[in-house]
Design a protein around this ligand. Structure first.
Ligand SMILES: C[S@@+](CC[C@H](N)C(=O)[O-])C[C@H]1O[C@@H](n2cnc3c(N)ncnc32)[C@H](O)[C@@H]1O
Length: 221
């Protein structure tokens, strides 16, 4: 799957994609991530990409021209284009899965300052928010989206790990333990040491339901 990330701060994205699972997926050609600097698409002198809001008010607004030109430089008929904004559709496991099924080419546009000129909405497929809070820029949200989608791409993570992760079938994952068996009097449940795989599997299924009821009963509705 190919991602084009449009940003004014490429280094923030570079730092993230050059580590761990995402880096390995890129090296294995499962993911392609291109970082596009919106500033390269301005037609104005001094690399200007933003201006003061019409009607007055604080802050600077990202201008249409550089953002739309940057989108048009990478977009084709197959692409889906989303702005990262706090006003968008709330991102979820389901939305991540839906996007992976719909396209092999996702363009994510990171805002900054006061956000985007509203008219840019006419050139995109939608807006994604990663939650009801306001961040200083769209770079972290873009990374959240890339990372969550990457996990749905075959080969990026192990299949059995993926199948048991939280939110599959509206359940949370079962509790996990590793060595030592006794940590300051807190013990690993005996059944996990029994070697009886059928019993362990049944126990884990029950645990998923227990944990979901306890922590996220809303998922079971
Ligand atoms: C300071 S915010 C702009 C907020 C905007 N004035 C508003 O209140 O809706 C700057 C940029 O950060 C990004 N951003 C902030 N919070 C976000 C969120 N919860 N989800 C996605 N993107 C977010 C967006 O790209 C946004 O354009």
């Amino acid at each position: 799957m190919r991602f084009d990330i449009l940003t004014l701060f490429p280094k923030v994205i570079e730092a993230y994609i050059n580590e761990s699972i995402i880096k390995r997926a890129i090296n294995n050609k499962l993911l392609e991530i291109n970082i596009i600097n919106i500033r390269d698409y301005t037609l104005l002198k001094n690399g200007q990409v933003d201006d003061t809001p019409y009607g007055g008010g604080a802050g600077m607004v990202l201008m249409c021209e550089p953002v739309v030109r940057a989108i048009e430089a990478v977009k084709d008929e197959e692409s889906l284009v989303y702005l990262l904004t706090p006003q968008g559709k709330i991102f979820s496991d389901k939305l991540a899965n839906d996007i992976v099924k719909k396209t092999k080419h996702l363009i994510l546009v990171c805002g900054h300052y006061e956000g985007f000129d509203e008219r840019i909405l006419n050139f995109v497929d939608g807006e994604i928010s990663i939650g009801d809070y306001v961040l200083t820029g769209g770079e972290l949200p873009a990374m959240v989206v890339v990372d969550a989608l990457a996990r749905f791409i075959p080969g990026v993570i192990k299949e059995d790990s993926f199948m048991n992760d939280s939110f599959k079938n509206n359940l949370l994952d079962y509790p996990m333990y590793t060595k030592p068996r006794d940590f300051r009097g807190y013990l690993v449940p005996d059944i996990l040491l029994s070697g009886d795989h059928a019993k362990i599997e049944a126990y884990r299924e029950e645990e998923k339901i227990r944990v979901t009821k306890e922590k996220r009963p809303d998922l079971l509705k």
